[in-house]
Design a protein around this ligand. Sequence first.
Ligand SMILES: [Zn+2]
Length: 242
Amino acid sequence: MVSSDVFSLLKNELPVQQDSLSLSSHLKTGLVLVDIVNGFCTVGSGNLAPQAPDKQIQGMVDESVRLAKEFCRRDWPVYALLDSHHPDIPEPPYPPHCIAGTEESELVPALHWLEKEPNATLRRKDCIDGFIGSLEKDGSNTFVDWVKANEIKAVLVVGICTDICVLDFVCSALSARNRRLLTPLEDVIVYSHGCATFDLPVHVAKNIEGALAHPQEIMHHVGLYMAKGRGAKVVSEVSFGT
Ligand SMILES: [Zn+2]
């Protein structure tokens, strides 16, 4: 069975109902950008970057930039996670990537301007889960503080990878919300076209020792399905009302 057949089967057997989201100033919403850094998004930028132009990843970057601009124009809060590793601390099963101080761990060029935005909070993280990656040594958490300080009722999550860093962050945020650690947060919303994952088809993976196959369309869908199963809302359209 080829990958496209499996994908059709998956979409039938594990359907993910997606809604439209209309944002307005009535519901205080924060935007979370997960790992939109060169090391995952820019062609040829290291071990985990796409090796050739990638439609899903480029679409994710374009939509994330669009949302980030809309949020900043309205002075709505933005929280950007940047994967950033110490060179001596590996992150199995992944090869070295996004080493701190290199271009790989910097925001993609289309988001460089975010570094100077007063309402954007940038957070470097050295693990998959950005919620855990937001923990400080003293036990405080910059993401929790950001939600509380901005009185955020909903977070809209975009970035890469749908089934890895986005999913783990979403799961942790939902658990933290349920424990009332994130009051007044009510909703964690994943925007499907604002997310992407990498492509490692089975015929390529089998020639790489120890590699786990990771077909892009399938794993993107599975990531959305898992997020929804944990209690996230999944939307396929985001618009801005008055
Ligand atoms: Zn990493």
